[in-house]
Ligand binder design. Structure first.
Ligand SMILES: [Zn+2]
Length: 169
């Protein structure tokens, strides 16, 4: 149900439910489902499934309703997932990451960098040190951040595309 092959989705949900949680989420079909069925589908212990469901419930991603069997008094929990909240949270997460990437891009685009054997510094710092690094005893050479800039631009474009897709679903 979730695009767990997307690195952003993996990172985000991995952070809040762990690797076990991801395995469980990956195996949850659409619609209502019991925790026992989720345990069977994901080949995970029921206690682990319940722990993950509780975390998702607190995050308002999962919700449940109960059904009582009149004969046995047994209560069944029917779980379902709030897709709107998932979308909202994913979108907010994407915005955070996008903001960070755009800051980084701005920094790489505007700066003029120099590199020695041990670090990368801005032009101002290299000039101050007469283009000589005392720490590793080597010259500061001009560093072309073009590749870095291209990589960042690519990441931003992909994330924006993914966000648009998320909105349409
Ligand atoms: Zn150095």
């Amino acid at each position: 149900m979730l695009e767990t092959d997307n690195p952003l989705v993996r990172e985000y949900f991995g952070k809040i439910v762990g690797e076990d949680g991801l395995k469980i989420i990956e195996n949850i079909p659409e619609g209502e489902i019991t925790d026992e069925t989720i345990a069977t589908l994901s080949d995970t212990k029921l206690t682990a499934v319940r722990k993950v469901l509780y975390v998702l419930y607190k995050g308002r991603i999962a919700e449940y309703r109960t059904e009582r069997d009149d004969n046995t008094g047994w209560i069944t929990y029917w779980w379902s997932f709030n897709h709107d909240n998932i979308k909202k949270m994913m979108s907010a997460e994407a915005d955070t990451v996008l903001g960070r990437l755009r800051e980084e891009l701005k920094y790489e685009r505007n700066g003029e960098f120099y590199r020695c054997h041990c670090q990368r510094v801005l032009f101002e710092e290299a000039a101050e040190k007469d283009f000589w690094c005392e720490e590793c005893e080597s010259h500061f050479e001009y560093f072309d951040s073009g590749t870095l800039v291209k990589e960042l631009e690519k990441q931003i474009k992909e994330l924006e595309k993914w966000k648009k897709k998320l909105r349409r679903r």
